[in-house]
Design a protein around this ligand. Structure first.
Ligand SMILES: Cc1ncc(COP(=O)(O)O)c(C=O)c1O
Length: 394
């Protein structure tokens, strides 16, 4: 039997395109020479585009990491979690209080991380349920919080937070707003300036279709001023590798304090070039188109989606397994149909699957993947009608 082509519909890491793979296969260069400065400048400029910031020209020695809007981008060697830790470790004093509303695993991880560096009010909602914005507002009214931190797009539950509404609440209470944008930047509209966001984090392997192991932060000058102010007071949290002032000093010269992830930076820069060609709006719309098709198709096929209707994510869809099905379905989907999606996490392990609609995934791959998913459910005894899958993605 002819081997089926691969359908890789995982919500990160996503498939890397040929431009990214080719760029990474470049022979070694030094970390301190002009060649790497060129790579860094190109990467910084691509990142500013993905973060939806004002442009920089991507030319070495011209402060490619900064722009007119007061934001700077800093590349971090490590996955998205490393970048988030850099934000939290540098921004807060051990006695600061922060508010972290969560409705899934990655928000909970933000809260857990903050607990290592400051005091946290963890406002837990059920996975996939929208935040109660009145509760957030009344907490900010009643006490002083240094910041509100959210996971913008909760990959574990397929829900996108109403960042604009939370940003308004933060503005009203003069509270810093910080977002884990690891599966939103490059896939879902982000507006750091309009939201008055102090920091936004992205991981390369998600919506921007770059390699795993490199990430970036966009931080506003207010954030930077605060970091310097608390350093002057000597009231800082411990950090060494993730020291922001050191990173900023080096970024001024298109450099990094430590040996950078050179080939990953090359690959990511190429992947960001693809994003720029497609445009942010083009990619946001394609992700939306893919996710809308998946949501409607599986709803019509009788499945239940985990997330609240009004806030379902356009980069990942969380779908509950029907009675009698568990992760054996995913194993079979992979071995028989060469198709990969991801399972549920923590208490939802074995109870649901998640379909990624991010990165450079073409519509044709999503259509083929959905046909195989439905067929695999039929193979396992589920009564699913014949459906015209293409019509959901027109
Ligand atoms: C929203 C979100 N935040 C954080 C992470 C963790 O990122 P990383 O695995 O790149 O450290 C993930 C990974 O899936 C994620 O989806």
């Amino acid at each position: 039997m002819e081997e089926l082509s691969s359908c890789f519909l995982v919500p990160g890491p996503v498939r890397m395109g040929p431009e990214c793979l080719e760029a990474m296969s470049t022979p070694v260069i030094t970390a301190r020479g002009g060649e790497f400065r060129e790579v860094m400048a190109g990467l910084n400029s691509g990142l500013r585009y993905a973060f939806n910031l004002t442009p920089s020209n991507g030319v070495p020695n011209q402060k490619s990491f900064s722009g007119e809007d007061g934001y700077k981008v800093v590349v971090v060697s490590g996955s998205g979690t490393a970048a988030m830790e850099m934000v939290v470790a540098n921004r807060f004093r051990p006695n600061d209080r922060v508010l972290v509303p969560t409705n899934g695993k990655f928000g909970e991880r933000v809260a857990e991380m903050c607990e290592r560096f400051c005091h946290v009010k963890h406002l837990r909602y059920e996975w996939g349920r929208s935040f109660d914005l009145y509760e957030i507002e009344s907490l900010l009214e009643r006490s002083d919080y240094e910041a509100v931190l959210i996971c913008h797009n909760e990959t574990s539950a397929g829900i996108t937070q109403d960042a604009e509404a939370i940003a308004e609440i933060c503005k009203r209470h003069d509270t810093a707003f910080i977002l884990d944008g690891i599966t939103s930047v490059g896939g879902i509209p982000v507006h750091p300036s309009k939201w008055n966001a102090e920091a936004l984090v992205v991981g390369a392997q998600k919506c921007t279709a770059g390699p795993s192991g490199i990430a970036a932060i966009a931080i506003h000058q207010r954030f930077i001023d605060r970091v310097h102010a608390i350093a002057e007071q000597g009231d800082v949290n411990p950090r060494y590798y993730f020291d922001l002032p050191a990173a900023l000093k080096n970024a001024n010269d298109d450099q990094t304090p430590w040996t950078p992830a050179i080939n990953l930076a090359m690959g990511w820069s190429a992947a960001l070039g693809n994003l720029k060609k497609e445009t942010n709006e083009g990619r946001w719309n394609r992700c939306k188109h893919l996710a809308r098709g998946v949501r409607q198709l599986f709803t019509d096929a009788g499945f239940t989606l985990l997330a609240d209707d009004a806030q379902r994510s356009n980069t990942v869809t969380a779908i509950l397994y029907p009675e009698g099905i568990d992760d054996a379905w995913r194993t079979r989907l992979k071995s028989t149909y060469n198709t990969q999606v991801i399972g549920g996490q923590d208490h939802l392990k074995g109870k649901m699957f998640r379909v990624g609609s991010m990165g450079e995934t073409p519509v044709s791959e999503m259509i083929e993947g959905c046909k195989r998913m439905l067929q695999c459910f039929r193979d396992m005894g589920q009564d699913i009608p014949e459906m015209k899958v293409e019509s959901y993605f027109e």
